[in-house]
Design a protein around this ligand. Sequence first.
Ligand code: NI
Ligand code: MN
Length: 230
Amino acid sequence: MATRVRWLGHSCLLVESGGQNALIDPFLTGNPKAASGPDDLPADAILVSHGHDDHVGDTLAIARRTGAPVVTNFELGQWFKSQGLEGVEGMQHGGGLQVTPSFHVRLTPAIHGSTLPGGGYGGNPCGFLVTCGDGTRIYDAADTALFGDMQLLGEAGIDLAMLPIGDYFTMGPDDSIRAINFIRPRFVMPIHYDTFPPIEQDVRAWAARVKAETSAEPVVLEPGGWFAIP
Ligand code: NI
Ligand code: MN
């Protein structure tokens, strides 16, 4: 079966490949756009991009229920360990790990903040380059501004990129178009928009611009929707 991705609202994504599930930034409780609660999602790995509440979300509860390893930066990893989680992979940017047979994960740079839940230094925020067992490559930029080294990430050959378009806390639509032209993915999915008033966007207008101004195909889902990567 093809690798497929489910958007659960905001930046929460479920990647299903080879019968395994990687859950990214599982902010469900308190997320007005969440398509699922935290109690019924599968996870063989949980990827957390930075320490803000709208990304850490329900990670502790889901990790305790599933026993899935949490993959994140070193400092946030130390915090997860302090909460009693085992199997935490506290990595750093540029580093990669075969987390499960279906998911190799590399931490990529992101320009953003990363306070720990409850305050404290949360290390540097990251994105994720996920290479699936079937060779599918997925890049989740997570919360970030545009940066020029996205061109280097594009050299890997990206099948699907997830990019924030909400503006205010991350890049907005204009810079997302520039990012797509740096990364050159086959498909691009918008995230981190419409959850709260400061990040409301016209996603149809964004999709029209992607078609007109880039070589990528936009993938706009309703929360809960799936996209199978062809
Ligand atoms: Ni953030
Ligand atoms: Mn965020």
